[in-house]
Design a protein around this ligand. Structure first.
Ligand SMILES: [Zn+2]
Ligand SMILES: [Zn+2]
Length: 89
């Protein structure tokens, strides 16, 4: 179980979003912002990956789900599970 103090300071290492959803049953933290489906980095308004090494345009994006092991959140982008997001309207 993560403390509220820790949850308050945690942010997504990709998009820096601080609105992480903590699931204390599954021990996961999920960032529901839009991330590149290829590399997990943030995308800009038009859906192009912000990472200079990737830079791919996309029309579908992913949320990133980080796991928590022994009360230590594993905030590593390439270790995060990529969850498909519903396309924007
Ligand atoms: Zn994020
Ligand atoms: Zn990318």
């Amino acid at each position: 179980m993560l403390s509220q103090e820790l949850l308050d300071i945690l942010a997504c290492p990709s998009c820096k979003g601080a609105e992480l959803q903590y699931d204390d049953q599954k021990d996961t933290l999920t960032c529901w912002n839009r991330h590149c489906p290829f590399c997990g980095m943030p995308v800009n308004e038009s859906g192009t990956c912000q990472d200079s090494a990737c830079g791919k345009p996309s029309t579908s994006f992913v949320a990133l789900r980080y796991r928590v092991e022994d009360d230590i959140p594993i905030m590593i982008i390439y270790e995060a599970e990529k969850l498909p997001l519903a396309p924007a309207e």
